[in-house]
Design a protein around this ligand. Structure first.
Ligand SMILES: Nc1nc2c(ncn2[C@@H]2O[C@H](COP(=O)(O)OP(=O)(O)OP(=O)(O)O)[C@@H](O)[C@H]2O)c(=O)[nH]1
Ligand SMILES: [Mg+2]
Length: 214
């Protein structure tokens, strides 16, 4: 991690990646302080940046299940807004992020293609909440994820992954367009930037704590 990112990460309580063998973290040696492990789901429409987000924040090499996209999927997978995308997630993304030494987030990215949605029920089991990624050029793609979390009652936040060249909107405009209730955080972020993605995850953790009964 470079120093600019390290400094910014420190201000979020994110410990820079240590050489775990030589410099174990305090929670690895202090047996009285077990870390709290939480599961977080990263959802949203096809190609919105779920794998990008998990990869950007993960302190371990993320598990990815990417498959090459072929001409056979041209009819169903619209690549107009992501022309350089060549692979798609077919099962899940998995990554890990430690905050403040004692809160460990396990991140599960969902597959975006509709034909893999049957896996969501398994992926969300035990999660404290979800990030729903949205792209303002194709807002309707995030409706299935919003509907899913609304109906199962899992806390969620909405994060607009701002793609270069797309028009920039204020969070309140996006809230109105998606009819997101006032108490649910809506933010503009960049899934490629670690700090931006961590801010989104922190917002979800805070929101989940607010709305989940003790
Ligand atoms: N310009 C720009 N490109 C992005 C951004 N986020 C992701 N990308 C690119 O957009 C494409 C889609 O990213 P993925 O992370 O694979 O999207 P996904 O949501 O995991 O896709 P599926 O798993 O197939 O649904 C990739 O080519 C990324 O490099 C962003 O914030 N800005
Ligand atoms: Mg993906």
């Amino acid at each position: 991690m470079d120093s600019v990112v390290s400094d910014a990460a420190a201000s979020f309580g994110v410990t820079p990646l240590p050489d775990e063998e030589e410099h174990p973290r305090s929670w690895q040696t202090d047996r009285t302080r077990a870390p709290v492990a939480t599961k977080i789901v990263v959802a949203g429409g096809f190609g919105v940046g779920k794998t990008t987000l998990v990869t950007a924040v993960s302190e371990i090499t993320p598990l990815q299940t990417e498959a090459l996209m072929t001409e056979a999927s041209e009819e169903t997978d619209d690549l107009t807004d992501t022309p350089r995308k060549s692979t798609t997630t077919v099962a899940m993304d998995f990554g890990r992020l430690t905050l403040d030494d004692d809160l460990v987030l396990y991140l599960f990215g969902t597959p975006g293609q509709q034909r893999f949605w049957f896996m969501w029920d398994d992926l969300v089991r035990g999660a404290i909440g979800a990030v729903v990624l949205a792209d303002t050029r194709r807002l309707k793609d995030c409706f299935p994820a919003l509907d899913y979390f609304e109906s199962c009652g899992l806390p969620y936040v909405v994060a607009v992954n701002h793609f270069d060249g797309s028009e920039r909107f204020e969070p309140e405009d996006v809230r109105e367009a998606l009819t997101i209730p006032a108490h649910i955080p809506v933010m503009i972020m960049d899934a490629r930037r670690r700090i931006s993605a961590i801010e989104t995850l922190l917002s979800l953790v805070g929101h989940a704590l607010d709305v989940t009964p003790e």
